[in-house]
Design a protein around this ligand. Structure first.
Ligand code: ATP
Ligand code: MG
Length: 456
């Protein structure tokens, strides 16, 4: 085990070298990750070989490392350095109390080397800034909208506890498996009510493009809408590939009678619901009073948008499940259970089933379908066109006579299609039906579909 003060440091930088130990050997630094204005981040392992990320309080403008210990650069900044360290420990302790799936978990906070440390879970994910740079194709509209929702849920949680993050930006969100979003880097966070350390906060966390103009000033009110401005800027960057203009430049332009250099998203050629784009524009209003005020309000808006892309009637999940169950039952009378098998077999079975279904439908005369509200659907194709939001209509198992020939043709094969066919044939059409009825609510509709499948 190394002693931090005596290890060779080939780069002579301020970072702790690999192999350094912390907390009497409880943590071993594996590698230096990155250095920000406020701290140095390392990958570490504990004595049980578990991975952690450790953040060291290191406000580089005020201090340096001498033989392992952190020292203020001068007597004048010594108080400031100590104040930052106290702030770091206080915030780390507060963060350690947070328990939310979209917020990084802090395991331990301790002081050593005349500095302070925070040991956090090592989140398996990549920060959004890196993804924008290296894999932007991953950021499809559904992924981005889900990330916005997850971010708002996390921010609502901390705001309700009276904490402002104050450093919301693409590099402080990690996107992991299944596009799970985690908010990190609470180094600049502080209680909304506290006036203490305001100058300090300004020093710590001003990020051009993401910070609202009140973050550049020490005497202006900062509230929930300030974090939401930064969140708006983050998603502006995800959508357009660029951060919005610096809020200071915007203020200067507007104050001098020039147009605001901010280009609104709404009205631009982006593949998103315009109302979502408009909500981001609203979060990015220069004046706090014009912005979306709370994360809860923004989430409500997103929910309203999702709800109003549905047909006009609001239905309870239970009712939907009952109607779909009836439809499944009805459909299953005409479908013979299929067993998983090779694709060709499945396809020919599907063809045969379709033929038989059509025959049966013809034998029995026209079958009356109902929509998810129980209303009769005389022309299923017309219904699907009406509800498929401009996308090509999907075929149903039961359909009018004139469509029989087309129905006997195989549809393009996809893994999903085969899997659905192997489950008995009813699921595919229902899945599409539900998706068509509830665009933007796929998760819920899939859950409902699963319930339906469990019941049938
Ligand atoms: N818990 C974690 N799990 C995985 N990676 C992390 C974690 N914490 C930080 N990182 C990685 O390290 C980078 C920097 O961490 P962080 O954002 O906490 O500090 P910073 O921005 O460099 O410093 P500052 O606090 O000065 O702003 C992140 O963008 C992320 O890639
Ligand atoms: Mg950061």
């Amino acid at each position: 085990m190394f002693d931090n003060g005596t290890v060779d440091r080939p780069d002579k930088g301020d970072e702790l070298p690999s192999g350094s130990s912390l907390l009497r050997g409880q943590y071993l630094i594996e590698e230096y990750l990155v250095r920000g204005g406020f701290g140095i981040t390392y990958l570490a392992r504990d004595s049980l070989d578990r991975r952690y990320v450790i953040k060291e309080c290191f406000p580089g403008a005020l201090c340096c490392r001498v033989k392992g210990d952190i020292q203020p650069l001068s007597a004048e900044v010594a108080d400031k350095y100590l104040s930052i360290r106290r702030h770091f420990v206080r915030e780390a302790r507060r963060l350690a109390k947070l328990d939310h799936p979209n917020i990084v978990k802090v395991h331990q906070v301790f002081e050593e080397n005349n500095s302070a440390y925070m040991a956090m879970e090592a989140v398996n994910g990549e920060d959004l800034l890196s993804i924008i740079d290296t894999a932007p194709a991953r950021l499809t509209p559904p992924v981005v909208v889900k990330a916005l929702r997850d971010a708002l849920i996390a921010i609502r949680y901390i705001h309700e506890l009276g904490i402002l993050h104050r450093d919301i930006s693409p590099d402080n969100f990690l996107l992991g498996e299944n596009n799970h979003l985690t908010l990190i880097d609470f180094g600049a966070a502080r209680e909304q009510a506290g006036k203490e350390n305001r100058a300090l906060s300004a020093l710590l966390a001003v990020k051009d493009g993401y910070s609202p103009h009140e973050f550049y000033l020490t005497d202006m009110l900062q509230d929930a809408s300030s974090d939401l401005y930064s969140l708006g800027a983050t998603f502006y960057h995800l959508i357009t590939g660029e951060a919005p203009p610096n809020s200071q430049d915007r203020v200067v332009a507007v104050a001098s009678g020039q147009p605001d250099p901010y280009k609104p998203l709404d009205g631009g050629d982006w593949a998103y619901d315009r109302r979502i784009l408009a909500s981001i524009d609203r979060a990015l209003e220069l004046l706090a009073r014009d912005r979306i005020a709370t994360a809860a309000e923004w989430l409500d808006l997103l929910n309203q948008f999702a709800a109003t892309t549905m047909p006009d009637v609001v239905i309870e999940e239970g009712d939907l499940t009952r109607v779909i169950s009836r439809l499944v039952e009805d459909t299953n009378q005409h479908v013979h259970q299929g067993m998983p098998g090779d694709a060709a077999q499945q396809q020919s079975k599907r063809k045969r089933r379709r033929g038989r279904m059509v025959d049966e439908a013809q034998d029995e005369g026209p079958k009356q379908l109902v929509d998810i509200f129980g209303n009769p659907v005389p022309d299923i194709d017309a219904w699907m066109r009406e509800h498929s939001d401009g996308k090509s209509p999907k075929r149903m198992h039961l359909m009018p006579k004139k469509r029989a020939k087309a129905a006997a043709e195989p549809e393009p094969d996809t893994a999903e299609h085969e899997a659905e066919a192997a489950q008995g044939g009813g699921g595919l059409s229902l899945n599409r039906l539900i998706s068509a009825c509830l665009p933007g609510r796929k998760t819920q509709s899939q859950t409902i579909l699963q319930n339906v499948r469990n019941q049938t």
